[in-house]
Design a protein around this ligand. Structure first.
Ligand SMILES: Cc1cc2nc3c(=O)[nH]c(=O)nc-3n(C[C@H](O)[C@H](O)[C@H](O)COP(=O)(O)OP(=O)(O)OC[C@H]3O[C@@H](n4cnc5c(N)ncnc54)[C@H](O)[C@@H]3O)c2cc1C
Length: 542
């Protein structure tokens, strides 16, 4: 199958036409040399789709499912990996050994049930697949588990899409699980509504994927996690259908829908959901504030998080992060602050927020800008100056990561959260672990940090590390760095993941983080819902 310009790349983030061209890759190589302390970065030849190595399929679809099934090697390769750094590297090398044996595309809940029936009966592992943007090995059965099954089926939910019902009185909508971010927001915009959930992967990820991974959107406070928006879900399990009741809130025992929020395809297939939506905000106010010390910026962010002001944006960038995104080059840390509302002027809230920042040594660098019909720029950080620069960098970052792979540079991120009382020692330990691991493996590199979210009791720090890749041995290096930073997060009291889920990559640390008895409860739920153990084996529990 040939790609046209807007087709999804077989190995890189996003679509083929958005992959940086040769001139952009050359510029990036120059910048990478600067960031990694002068290490060489060379343009490697780009892979060709025809060179993708896909193993022969081990199973064929039964006649009853033939109309939903594809065994085309290119289609299977497209569904082999998520989009984490090791996925990009393997794809770049043409290594699609992890490709599923077939791709099933059910268009109804009944068809999902038929797929699950066949998988359970034929002992075929079944991996629910939304947009395939997992960064934790969530859509790939591990090589050492594949032999336990007659085959692996990818259950691509793209046909379960679209806005199905709008309740303008309660401000809630019913939508198919396979609906991607842009399609959902376009459909909601026709009613003047928004879900207001923007993960960085928004362009290609799906509603069902967000729910299954407990995704985090990019507003710093207030409703931003997908958990906040789910009103009710419908999930098809090998034991039958679960449809929870639409309620604004309930005290009736543990909430049933919560079992599937974060279930990562291990407990059933989410086919649709009722989601709480909002009218589109129109009042906005934003500014950026510089701090000479990152820790002063952190104290200001804490003051904002505990003030009751609830800024939509409260994103602290440390000096390395500012350099990386060209937001500030003078060695300062920058706090991007933004507010928005559907109902009232945000100027007074911003004014009070800036007072708090000044109390902690902040100097306003740009803004305040206040508007009552903004174009959405404040959603991710305001419409001008540092905030606008940062927003563009944020949207382009996934494309740049793929381009870095193509010039022999390792670039990846990890994120977490911890309580404010331990932040200073936590941050120092995690940063040191990342820097030590880079030094040990590739001679050094850059480690940066920003806050993606701030809560009254703690921040969600998000780290980026960049270093020269040892071409041919990239995966071993990455595994060593990843293990070091995961261990540091765990032993210093943080979580192994604040938003992109557990998957297979984070399992060893998740197993240690969750209470043992809770692990037993999850295993019991898995046994009850998926007695044949075919649903996404290896994620969450065994
Ligand atoms: C560049 C980049 C940026 C990212 N930024 C963010 C971010 O800001 N916030 C964030 O939270 N995450 C982020 N992620 C991670 C990822 O995008 C999220 O985990 C996202 O929610 C996955 O959605 P998806 O539709 O792509 O799901 P997939 O990747 O297809 O699947 C993810 C997991 O969910 C399961 N699953 C998918 N759909 C269903 C369903 N309908 N029913 C049951 N199980 C299902 C899969 O089996 C798998 O375990 C990012 C990833 C990338 C590559």
């Amino acid at each position: 199958m040939a790609f046209d310009g807007s087709a999804r790349s077989l190995w890189a983030w996003g679509t083929v036409d958005r992959f940086p061209d040769e001139a952009a890759r050359r510029r990036l190589a120059g910048m990478a040399r600067m960031l990694t302390g002068g290490a060489e970065a060379a343009l490697l030849p780009l892979p060709r789709d025809d060179d993708a190595r896909v193993p022969p399929a081990r199973v064929s679809p039964p006649p009853a499912l033939a109309a939903l099934a594809s065994t085309d090697p290119h289609d299977r390769a497209l569904h082999a990996h998520g989009r984490a750094y090791p996925d990009l590297v393997r794809g770049f090398r043409g290594d699609f050994a992890a490709a599923p044996d077939l791709v099933l595309r059910p268009a109804s809940a009944d068809a999902v049930a038929a797929c699950l029936d066949w998988c359970a009966g034929a002992r075929v592992a079944c991996v629910p697949y939304g947009g395939g943007t997992s960064v934790v090995g969530g859509v790939e059965v591990a090589a050492d588990r594949r032999g336990d099954f007659a085959g692996v089926a990818c259950l691509d939910l793209e046909r379960l899409d679209g806005l199905r019902e709008v309740d303008l009185v309660s401000l809630a909508v019913r939508a198919g699980a396979g609906t991607r971010g842009p399609a959902l927001e376009r459909a909601l915009a026709e009613h003047g509504l928004t879900l207001r959930h923007y993960p960085q992967s928004f362009e290609h990820s799906t509603l069902g994927g967000w729910i299954a991974t407990r995704a985090g959107g990019h507003f710093a406070t207030g409703p931003t996690h997908i958990d906040d928006f789910v009103e009710a879900i419908t999930a098809v399990t090998p034991r039958g259908v679960v449809a929870t009741r639409r309620l604004p809130a309930s005290g009736a025992g543990p909430a049933p829908e919560r079992l599937w929020i974060g279930s990562e395809g291990a407990l059933g297939v989410i086919t649709e959901a009722w989601m709480r939506v909002q009218k589109k905000p129109r009042f906005r106010a934003a500014a950026s504030v510089k701090f000479r010390k990152t820790l002063d910026g952190a104290t200001a962010a804490r003051a904002l998080a505990q003030s009751g002001l609830r800024p939509a944006n409260c994103r602290l960038l440390d000096p390395a992060e500012c350099l990386l995104h060209q937001v500030a080059l003078d060695g300062t840390a920058v706090l991007l602050v933004g507010f928005e509302s559907v109902d009232h002027d945000q100027g007074p809230a911003l004014a009070r927020a800036l007072e708090l920042c000044r109390d902690h040594g902040g100097v306003v660098a740009s803004g305040p800008t206040v508007s009552d019909d903004g174009d959405g720029a404040a959603a991710l950080g305001g419409g001008a100056g540092e905030a606008a620069t940062w927003k563009k960098a944020f949207v382009d970052a996934p494309y740049l990561q793929s381009a870095l792979v193509s010039i022999g540079v390792m670039a990846d991120t990890f994120e977490t959260s911890c309580t404010w009382d331990r932040f200073e020692t936590f941050h120092a330990a995690v940063t040191a672990a990342a820097q030590d691991a880079l030094k040990r493996t590739v001679g050094g590199g850059l480690v940066s940090c920003r806050f993606t979210h701030v809560y009254p009791d703690g921040p969600a720090p998000y780290y980026t590390f960049i270093g020269p890749a040892r071409v041919g041995d990239e995966l071993a290096v990455w595994r060593e760095v990843k293990a070091a930073v995961s261990e540091a997060r765990h032993v210093n009291g943080g979580t192994i993941t604040h938003h992109p889920a557990v998957g297979r990559t984070h399992r060893p640390w998740y197993d240690r983080e969750r209470p043992a008895l809770f692990g037993d409860v999850l295993r019991a739920a898995k046994r009850e819902l998926d007695p044949a153990g075919v649903l996404n084996p290896g994620v969450l529990v065994d």
